[in-house]
Design a binder for this molecule. Structure first.
Ligand SMILES: C[S@@+](CC[C@H](N)C(=O)[O-])C[C@H]1O[C@@H](n2cnc3c(N)ncnc32)[C@H](O)[C@@H]1O
Length: 201
């Protein structure tokens, strides 16, 4: 068994955490907040009908958008409450409960590889630190030879950007493009957010 994800530790300490998270995003959607910026970038990176893995999908805001745009979407998340919300709010994609440190979709009857694996919303900072390289290695194994892995997360959350890039390299993923926002602003030494577009090396 992999070490428990930091997200599920938070949930164990606060049983309302998942439901509060779900309700927060439902409220933002009702208020008309743009919750699709990350998904629009992913949509622009692929052809119609691409195979997309939403890794750490939460309640499904990215996967739901990408499904509606005509892609084949699989979403995986360790939190069963969030997957239940994804099924309720965004029917269509294949939503699965699972720890990314144990990701093996062919063993669950789902074809790999994927044209894009997207992991938005600080997912990598909620992994158990001991599983970070394993998760990146599994993403490498699930991405198509010409596919990309796109990861977005903020600074100051316990996973320095240079450590993440070193882990990605060790897992066989090299950085193609580094951005500081999902709307394509360049990454630099002062950036407090990283959107890394990686490909198999
Ligand atoms: C802040 S939420 C982001 C959710 C979604 N990606 C989004 O942007 O709306 C972080 C997510 O990472 C998921 N997560 C953390 N560790 C995980 C793991 N080891 N395996 C699968 N999902 C994980 C959590 O369950 C949670 O849904």
């Amino acid at each position: 068994m992999p070490e428990q994800s930091q997200w599920m530790r938070i949930v164990a300490e606060d049983p309302d955490h998942s439901q509060n998270y779900i309700e927060r995003f439902r409220r933002l959607a009702e208020e008309g907040m743009d919750l699709s910026g990350e998904a629009r970038l992913i949509d622009a990176m692929v052809e119609r009908g691409a195979r997309i893995l939403d890794a750490g999908c939460g309640p499904g805001r990215l996967g739901g958008y990408l499904h509606a745009a005509g892609h084949t979407v699989v979403g995986v998340d360790v939190d069963p409450e969030l997957i239940a919300a994804a099924e309720a709010d965004h029917p269509g994609p294949t939503w699965l409960v699972g720890d990314l440190a144990e990701l093996d979709l062919p063993a669950r009857g789902i074809d790999a590889p994927f044209d894009v694996i997207v992991s938005a919303g600080n997912v990598v900072t909620f992994l158990a630190p001991s599983t970070r390289r394993e998760v990146l290695t599994r993403w490498r194994a699930h991405v198509a030879p010409e596919g990309r892995v796109v990861v977005g997360f903020g600074a100051g959350r316990g996973y320095p950007f240079d450590e993440f890039l070193a882990d990605a390299k060790a897992a066989g993923l090299q950085a193609d493009v580094l951005l500081s926002t999902w709307d394509l602003r360049p990454f630099g030494p002062e950036s407090d957010f990283l959107v890394a577009i990686l490909r198999g090396s």
